[in-house]
Design a protein around this ligand. Structure first.
Ligand code: URA
Length: 267
């Protein structure tokens, strides 16, 4: 009889949940490997090289740069969103890129008057290369629809365009590196208003440590290069999924956005 009976389905699902919460998102093999057993087996002896010569050079380290001045220069050189997308895709300096499946560039209408700024791609966004396509994104679509908007009328961008492993928050260094990409998109799209979703974009763009529960619902003014405009911090749809009681506040923010757009158009 096996000393380790197989998991029941419920136990296996609970274990999977635990792995996901711990940030595991890729299975690397069909069957588990018993590392204790493999390390007990002596490795086969390799023949000694017959000719003496210089040791092979170690593989070069990835050319990682973590200089926001570099991303600022890359972003500034892009004169269109397509150029910016290509430049971001070619950029190797952000460690997040090397764990992500692909670049998750922005979505929506590049001529939109409203720009929404999220935090960073999650699992679904990483797979599809598009922001806000998972459960939080579906809720966001419903919230937009409630005030007569959809993705043809907004432009959606994330503070970091590569998925942070395990959906953790981006670090201050990652944000500093990637913020120039967001700034450039604000300049290129030149929306009438911005809405930040949750703590991360609100604090990063408005340079504040104040939490989103105090910031939300209050219009601020932001200047980014040649763009100055109103910004409304609001709650992140993923937070609303976990805290449905907060939806009333998010609804107020959506109404405030709708009103602002009406007054922008009439002024
Ligand atoms: N959360 C975000 O902030 N952005 C996404 O694209 C998806 C979830």
């Amino acid at each position: 009889m096996s000393a380790n009976p197989p998991f029941s389905e419920a136990e296996a699902l609970a274990a999977l949940d635990w792995y996901r919460a711990a940030g595991v998102d890729v299975a690397v093999g069909e069957a588990p490997v018993d590392r204790f057993a493999t390390s007990a087996v002596a490795p086969p002896k390799r023949p000694l090289p017959t000719t003496a010569g210089p040791a092979p050079a170690p593989a070069p380290a990835l050319p990682l740069s973590s200089d926001p001045n570099e991303t600022r220069a890359i972003a500034a050189a892009a004169t269109t969103l397509e150029e910016l997308r290509a430049a971001m895709d070619a950029y190797e300096g952000c460690a997040l890129k090397h764990r992500a499946t692909q670049l998750c560039f922005s979505d929506g209408n590049p001529e939109a008057e409203i720009m929404l700024v999220g935090e960073g791609p999650g699992e679904q966004e990483d797979r599809q290369g598009k922001p806000f396509v998972g459960r939080a994104g579906q809720l966001l679509d419903r919230m937009l629809a409630a005030i007569g908007l959809d993705r043809t009328k907004v432009f959606i961008v994330n503070m970091v365009p590569w998925r942070p492993p395990g959906n953790r928050n981006p670090t201050p260094e990652e944000l500093a590196l990637c913020t120039p990409f967001v700034h450039r998109q604000i300049e290129l799209v030149h929306p009438k208003v911005l809405m930040t979703l949750g703590n991360v974009p609100t604090q990063a763009l408005l340079s504040t440590n104040t939490g989103i529960t105090r910031m939300r619902g209050t219009w601020k003014t932001l200047t980014v290069g040649g763009w100055t405009g109103p910004v409304l911090p609001s709650l992140h749809p993923a937070f609303l999924l976990r805290t449905p009681g907060a939806k009333a506040q998010a609804w107020k923010d959506m109404l405030s956005l709708k009103q602002k757009m009406a007054s922008e158009r009439s002024s």
